[in-house]
Design a protein around this ligand. Sequence first.
Ligand code: AMP
Length: 506
Amino acid sequence: MDGSLFALIRGRIADPDADFLVEADGTRLSYGGMLDRSGRLANLFVRLGVRPGDRIAIQAEKSAWALIVYLATLRVGAVHLPLNPAYTPAEVRYFLGDAEPALFVCRPGQEAEMRALAAELGVPRVETLGADGGGSLAAAALEQPAEFDDAPRDADDLAAILYTSGTTGRSKGAMLTHRNLASNAETLRIAWRFTAADRLLHALPIFHTHGLFVATNVSLLAGGSMLFLPGFDLDAILRLLPHATAMMGVPTYYTRLLARPDFTRELAAHMRLFVSGSAPLSAETHREFEARTDHRILERYGMTETNMICSNPYDGPRIPGSVGRALPGVAVRIAAPESGRVLPEGEVGIIEVRGPNIFKGYWRMPEKTAEEFRPDGHFITGDMAWMDEAGYVRIVGRARDLVISGGLNVYPAEVEAAIEELPGVAECAVIGVPHPDFGEGVVAVVTARPGEPTPDEANIRAALRDRLAAFKQPKRVFLIDALPRNTMGKIQKNALRERYAETFTP
Ligand code: AMP
């Protein structure tokens, strides 16, 4: 049987006239239109020499056409390789050299530079795609016929390679198969009750698993539509919210919405679902959002390599500060980091996971891949967590963000949650930096909540005295304007560790 993700998507199209996506200016693309455009582009890809299994790399602004590139890539049986538009040419050089794509789609403004780079690296074809659909790619596609025979694929063939943001060492290409993507999208569609009646507010980037796979594939498998914004734009979101039924975002989307007085209960009243992921949603934000809107944000957890792993339930308790339970068909366990021994309930260890959602390995890095799997096939996520008796998982931080102070483990999430409950604190990040006595000293970096008295170091430290054991209490607290974050809203703790590296060891 054909294991191609696109075959599954195609099978779900009940009404070709139904909306597939609607852009911010009201431009509509129906499912029939999506088939037409992706068919033309697939024909172009074949003419350009793309064969099944080849990589097609794209570094472009988010647009309907950029999404069509993904779908046409699936239709020709090639491997989608999206690159963050923020990557510099030096970074792009690494990705193109590593992935050796048959075709690179870049932005018109960078054409000359990227052509030179491609020529040097032996990438045979370069086409351009602008934010508005301009450039060579869409124009050439529109001259091709719309009919296209989709390439059949085995479920274990690659559908995409996504390079991980990799804050340490070289960025790794996570190889995702048709089965990985199809199984996870289907699981989420059912878990979150997506149907053809849904209209998803889509403001996430489409070079990352969240916006590309979670949001888009779930919508496609439900036969629903998307309100497709080129980026996160609060005014546009507030304007379009009344036309949506569901929204997926990173936690900062929700904190920014809450900062707007015109984000009201009435505006969200008709919504069916708000989903958060890609970074921890603080319990504070969860509660504030509920107080404001009556909606309990549904938090889920996953990563590029694994697709989605855990989710709070659609029906049933959505617990603030928890990422919920293992999704159906996904096995999750908490293990001792070194030995891999499975730990009892309530003990903190590393999250290990197995299932049809887990990637095939890192592109051309068999040794790195082998290091991250246990002999029984569980993938070692690198996230530290504990699980309660009901199976709800609480993430306490990345293993590499764990602070070891005086030989004792300090889990940043616990300290961050305690600080975020204090008056005047908006957000907090806890890091460990070199300390002459303790090895690492706990440092908290906080931002102030507008309209409330500015928190100060002495008050925060005093308030924590009877809330946290002494070894967990920050030895220093710094107030800054904003925490450094990447595009997915993840706090860049590396940057903070560098900035505060000499706090105790001048
Ligand atoms: P990425 O591969 O860019 O999606 O990053 C995956 C990482 O994001 C995970 O390994 C977690 O560290 C983090 N992450 C994703 N979702 C959550 C969540 N709901 N809560 C806490 N961390 C999360």
